[in-house]
Design a protein around this ligand. Structure first.
Ligand SMILES: C[S@@+](CC[C@H](N)C(=O)[O-])C[C@H]1O[C@@H](n2cnc3c(N)ncnc32)[C@H](O)[C@@H]1O
Length: 443
């Protein structure tokens, strides 16, 4: 099997990194002149990013492709000039003073219009797009169709008279249409996020694999945080042939600068050990890191014995000789911090491993897990029906506390973070945000 080497000639590696910061989607793995697989730039896609026309061509490389992908890039990059947002004070509540905005329209056009005022300003985006189940109505984005073809296949319209298009599995472009629809919106969404902004996307098994791939491209695979699991129902579906699918995913990517999520309260009991500075527990100083760094991959020598991150000399040597993978082991502390740790007894050597002391600082915190703690879909449906005197005006809303749960990962009390949901449905996100504002005095 080909071995992934990350060492390309120094300068080009630096340049590739710079390009990746602007266009993560064009970074790929390809064969170099020696037949090795190396990180490189997909020049066709880069050309497409810089072009006002569709760029032809393309050789074999590691990427997800589908018919219409280049059109999506072009479409996302082309400004629109003939659309504008029209305020409707008579249908609004407290129009002059509210700072909440609800916009009706095709979200692609709206996302473009928002670029002007909200570029780089949004802290959190949550979206719950059509899952491409074969039954979804979506806005037709196939701009290569003739008007007749378009009219033929569209049967429904939205409130503004815009035609909607039912994406069924018999459509030859079933996945491609959905991918185009998502790709061009995600490209625009990324630009709206703040540097420390985060996006959460609900999805299920129908497209989660494809969505992961296009998010890896758009946001950069190093910015993937988690695919959270939400248990949408407790009920076993008795007609399931294999297993009863009871979960949804919520994919989470950051724009780049965020370094950690909030933590939740933990109990103090974990800090069982005690020294003259107080309570602590021990954590192994090496771990599988999510962003390998050579400077953290040093050898520790202590009392005549050598220690390597991950424990294995052979693997360490292989990394030095052949290059490392992004997920290879490193130490968690820099060499300097480690040396200070040895001096002030924060580092312990035990059973052939290196540990550091995690101190109890008066407040014990632990990370949240990737299982979302929120109500079920049935309970969300019941709550929404109750708001409308028992009528079912919208199917399958998400629970309000799913949105508050994910916002708790990043939000601060009293914050004036801007939150966006561009597949609003019954406006669960708006409801959750307004409720959080009432609770914590934020805006
Ligand atoms: C799965 S629902 C979202 C449900 C929502 N999270 C809730 O809790 O009620 C997806 C919504 O996106 C809307 N939608 C689909 N395509 C859209 C588009 N191009 N522009 C705006 N909205 C769209 C659909 O009409 C639907 O209301």
């Amino acid at each position: 099997m080909d071995k992934l080497k990350m060492q390309t000639p120094d300068l080009s590696e630096e340049n590739i990194k710079k390009i990746a910061e602007i266009f993560p989607n064009v970074i790929t793995e390809q064969q170099d002149e020696n037949g090795d697989i190396v990180k490189g730039v997909d020049f066709d896609l880069l050309k497409q990013e810089l072009s006002k026309n569709i760029v032809e061509g393309g050789e074999e490389r590691y990427r997800l492709d589908w018919p219409g992908k280049k059109s999506s890039i072009l479409k996302a990059n082309t400004p629109i000039t003939d659309k504008t947002l029209r305020p409707i004070p008579e249908e609004s509540v407290d129009f002059e003073n509210t700072e909440n905005l609800y916009i009706e329209g095709d979200n692609f056009e709206v996302l473009k219009l928002l670029q002007e005022s909200y570029l780089g300003k949004i802290k959190m985006i949550y979206i719950d797009p059509p899952y491409n189940t074969g039954k979804d109505f979506v806005y037709s984005d196939n701009f290569t169709q003739s008007k007749e073809e378009y009219d033929l296949e569209t049967k429904a319209v939205d409130g503004e008279g815009t035609k909607l298009f039912k994406n069924t599995t018999t459509n030859g472009r079933f996945h491609s249409d959905w991918l185009c629809m998502m790709y061009e919106r995600l490209v625009l969404a990324k630009d709206l996020l703040k540097d420390d902004g985060v996006i959460f996307i609900s999805i299920d098994d129908n497209e989660v694999h494809n969505l992961r791939k296009i998010c890896d491209e758009v946001f950069g695979e190093g910015n993937f945080i988690s695919s959270f699991i939400w248990k949408k129902t407790e009920n076993i579906k008795m007609d399931s042939h294999f297993v009863s699918i009871n979960k949804d995913f919520v994919l989470c990517y950051k724009k780049g600068k965020l370094t950690a999520f909030n933590k939740e309260m933990s109990d103090e009991d974990r800090f069982k050990l005690l020294d003259n500075k107080g309570k602590y527990y021990l954590r192994k100083l090496d771990s599988l890191s999510s962003s390998y760094s050579k400077s953290m991959d040093y050898v520790i020598e202590y009392e005549g014995k050598k220690y390597y991150p991950g424990g294995s000399f052979e693997k360490w040597k292989d990394r030095q000789d052949n290059g490392a993978n992004r997920k290879d082991a490193t130490w968690l502390w820099s060499k300097q911090k480690f040396e200070e740790g040895v001096t002030n007894e924060e580092i312990i050597f035990k059973n052939g491993n290196v540990y550091n002391k995690i101190r109890f600082t008066g407040e014990a915190k632990k990370p949240f897990t990737d299982f979302i703690d929120a109500d079920s879909g049935q309970s969300a449906q019941k709550d929404l029906n109750e708001l409308f005197d028992g009528r079912r005006i919208f199917d399958h809303p998400k629970p309000i506390n799913l949105i508050s749960w994910i916002y708790n990962l990043i939000g601060e009390n009293n914050s004036s973070d801007i939150i966006l949901d561009f597949f609003s449905g019954s406006a669960t996100t708006a409801h959750a945000v307004m409720q959080l504002n009432v609770e914590d005095g934020g805006k």
